[in-house]
Design a protein around this ligand. Structure first.
Ligand code: ZN
Length: 123
């Protein structure tokens, strides 16, 4: 599963940060994760993976603030820019294309594939 692998990496990074003592031993933790629109398939699956992976760790019960950058279509035909929903393009497609909702021309879709930022907020 795509999200699971990504979150495995993120959780490992966060736990390493915690080990370095960036947060107090107790208290609430919030994780702010910003990813490109192509980095994950579904936000729900990402949250679920986070919950499973943090079980039994210092991050268990922490809040995951997930932000997904929009995927946009830039049409050369009519010059329009449209923000697409997450189910409108296949993130596994190396060169995703979508039909322009205005003129019907097939246009390239742009969006981030990686993690934009990962932050640990302690209270
Ligand atoms: Zn167009």
């Amino acid at each position: 599963m795509h999200e699971y692998g990504l979150m495995q990496e993120m959780v490992a990074l966060l736990l390493k940060k915690l080990q370095e003592g960036v947060c107090p031993e107790t208290g609430k933790i919030e994780v702010v994760l910003k990813v490109g629109g192509f980095a994950i398939h579904s936000a729900a699956a990402t949250r679920q993976a986070y919950e499973v992976l943090t079980k039994g760790t210092r991050l268990e019960g922490s809040k995951l603030n997930l932000m997904v950058e929009p995927v946009t279509l830039n049409c050369a035909g009519c010059g329009c820019q449209e923000v697409l929903g997450e189910d409108q393009v296949d993130p596994h497609d190396p060169l995703p294309l979508a039909e322009c909702p205005r003129c019907g021309q097939v246009a390239p879709v742009q969006g981030g594939r990686g993690v934009e930022s990962l932050e640990l907020v302690c209270e």
